[in-house]
Ligand binder design. Structure first.
Ligand code: NAD
Length: 494
């Protein structure tokens, strides 16, 4: 790891405390940080270095995956932290920061590699990037890099504008856009699982795959983010970024995954056809794990007339030689029955006329559990001898020992420090994703898609089940899949 100055905007914020400091601390314990490493935290509060260090230490006690009780380690880690007051709107503060950075670089004989991490609202990204450039902070002797957090725009146009602003100060290869789903250990293992196992590689095509289902369900509601979420919805908050990035990682390639190629091949949607392939949902009152839960419109801070989506289910197809004609279903929502992120690949079944109804077997399923548990399961059929020898399914489970595994932010910060762009959202992918989603945003805006309601604590609206039933499919692992016989047109539910 090269010696680096890590400049953190938003050092007093929530993300810094919960994720960034614990990630840096665990990298430090794993000897993955350079010995000559300094972190300059920036915020509006008037803090001394000591007060800042005490805050960082406190956050480690609360949020680090490994104990922060070893005082020698903590002391050695904390001494790398300095604090500087900064109002991101004032150019004078950047000049002051430059002095602090240069002083630290001299003290520690650092080569002038500078990592700028913007853990602040996206409205500041353009201003900060321009001020880094203008103040001379960006013209170090070594490399400079920028880490930013979603959201990258709220539609295609705003994303393009933001990217143009960033592009004036940083080249694309210097920008690391965090999508923390790409940092999750299971997602990082997907391409090697596919590439290094011929048995998997060979069946990763439309010759064998019947459909793919990607689910990210949350049990939480909007919590403290009501004002933000009510203007964003599941489509922008989860689907355009995390869900489409998960889809992109499934791409089949000879070498490294090309997420862009996958996104380029997703068949486009026309605004007037969005209603056929997209289900928009919003939760009403219900119960989560036995406790009553309010409806979305009764949540504090939410417009009582809101038509915002707290759930979306989407059917799409990838038009390339491996994926053509495979329906891919993606859903995500709040206040659902369980918290789970998983990908299920359902395989085709050989059709034999001679099979009687009893002889028909369940399809093979390959399940990638991403969170909260992590694992790979292959569901196969077997002869159940104690049960009169009937054919039934059995899961072949591979569950990883997660105890020593780095968390998403550790993987991502480490990769950015190494300059490895693999598990970040690149501009071409982000732009393609916004282009693909734009007709959905417009169709929602113009009310061309009905808003289906679902009680809190369920798997989403019935229309989401019917979307799959139209193709003779159902969501796997919901406790109540809609029987295939019920192929009621979804419009009937609107
Ligand atoms: P936060 O509100 O807790 O912290 C924001 C930080 O920005 C604070 O340190 C604050 O002092 C600083 N700030 C605000 N205005 C400033 C100004 N004018 N000058 C200098 N500093 C200023 O927010 P957060 O939850 O830490 O999130 C930070 C960013 O990360 C946001 O863009 C958010 O959208 C994104 N994000 C957060 C999470 C999360 O889990 N918290 C997840 C994904 C993305």
């Amino acid at each position: 790891m090269e010696a680096t100055t890590f400049v953190l905007f938003g050092a007093t914020g929530d993300l810094a405390k919960r994720k960034i400091y614990p990630a840096l601390y665990n990298l430090f314990l794993d000897h993955k940080l350079s010995k000559s490493f300094t972190i300059i935290g920036l915020g509006r509060r008037e803090w001394s270095d000591e007060a800042f260090q005490a805050q960082v230490e406190q956050s480690l006690h609360t949020f680090s995956r490994r104990s922060a009780d070893d005082s020698a380690s903590i002391k050695a880690f904390i001494k790398a932290f300095r604090y500087s007051v900064m109002d991101v709107e004032r150019i004078e503060d950047y000049h002051k920061l430059l002095q602090v950075v240069e002083q630290r670089e001299q003290e520690l004989h650092l080569p002038g590699n500078r990592m700028f991490y913007l853990s602040v609202g996206p409205e500041f990204f353009g201003k900060i990037a321009a001020s880094i450039q203008e103040s001379g902070l960006g013209s170090a002797k070594g490399w400079k890099r920028l880490i930013i957090e979603k959201p990258f725009g709220h539609d295609l146009k705003s994303a393009q504008e933001l990217n143009q602003e960033l592009g004036k100060a940083f080249k694309e290869e210097e920008i690391f856009r965090i999508d923390h789903y790409l940092g999750k250990p299971m997602v990082q293992k997907l391409d090697v699982l596919e590439q290094s196992n011929p048995a998997l590689q060979d069946i990763w095509t439309n010759q064998y795959i019947a459909n793919v289902q990607i689910t990210a369900s949350e049990t939480v509601g909007v919590e403290e983010r009501a004002g933000y979420y009510d203007h964003v919805g599941a489509i922008r908050d989860m689907f355009q970024n995390h869900m489409l990035q998960l889809l992109m990682t499934l791409g089949k390639n000879d070498g490294r995954i090309s997420k862009r190629q996958v996104m380029e091949s997703v068949e486009p949607l026309l605004k007037e056809n969005v209603v056929n392939d997209v289900v928009r949902g919003q939760y009403t009152a219900g119960s989560i794990q036995g406790k009553p839960a309010a409806g979305y419109k009764d949540e504090p801070g939410i417009d009582p007339c809101s038509t915002n989506d707290t759930f979306v289910a989407v059917r799409l197809r990838i038009d390339d030689v491996f994926w053509r004609d495979i329906p891919i279903y993606i859903r995500t929502g709040k206040r659902m029955k369980e918290k789970s992120t998983r990908i299920v690949i359902e395989f085709k079944q050989p059709f034999k006329r001679s099979y009687s109804a009893q002889e028909r077997t369940a399809p093979n399923l390959l399940i990638f559990e991403i969170s909260p548990n992590e694992g790979v399961t292959l569901q196969i059929n077997h002869k159940d001898l104690p049960n009169k020898g009937v054919t039934s399914t059995i899961p072949v489970d591979l569950h990883f020992n997660q105890s020593g595994e780095p968390e998403a932010y550790e993987n991502l910060i480490y990769d950015a420090l190494q300059g490895d762009p693999t598990f970040f959202a690149h501009w071409d992918e982000v732009e393609l994703a916004w282009k693909w989603v734009q007709p959905i945003l417009e169709a929602f805006e113009e009310d061309l898609v009905p808003l289906h309601h679902y009680p809190a604590g369920t798997y989403g609206p019935d229309a989401s089940d019917l979307l799959l039933a139209e193709d003779g499919n159902h969501w796997w692992f919901d406790s109540k899949p809609v029987p295939l016989a019920q192929r009621i047109p979804r419009e009937a539910y609107a």
